[in-house]
Design a protein around this ligand. Sequence first.
Ligand code: CO
Length: 134
Amino acid sequence: MIGRLNHVAIAVSDLAAAAAIYRGRLGAEVSAPVALPEHGVTTVFVTLPNAKIELLQPLGEHSPIAKFLERNPDGGIHHLCYEVSDIRAAREKLKAEGARVLGDGEPKVGAHGKPVLFLHPKDFCGTLIELEEV
Ligand code: CO
């Protein structure tokens, strides 16, 4: 059902420092910061030949990554995003198998302008999973 790995998201407390590590030390192609207030994050996109890395910094008081950074003050891998061709069909299949979809279960427009859903880490080997319809 899942297709390509779309991106790995890394939560950080200092986005400029993280962008400098990827641009300078690792020599990657790094975007300017993009504020996504509806998701509570500011993002820098790192484009690799086979996938993207998204560096996420909290934005606003109720950022969904604030608690994660409290537990992981140095930053850390926050979620993996897999591509699916039909996000609603994927959701129905997963729910029928007992997997938990986060939020109200309705796809929301993600950082790339496409529908996304998040799946409970306890149902997926301790990893928060994002599905993106492509
Ligand atoms: Co993501």
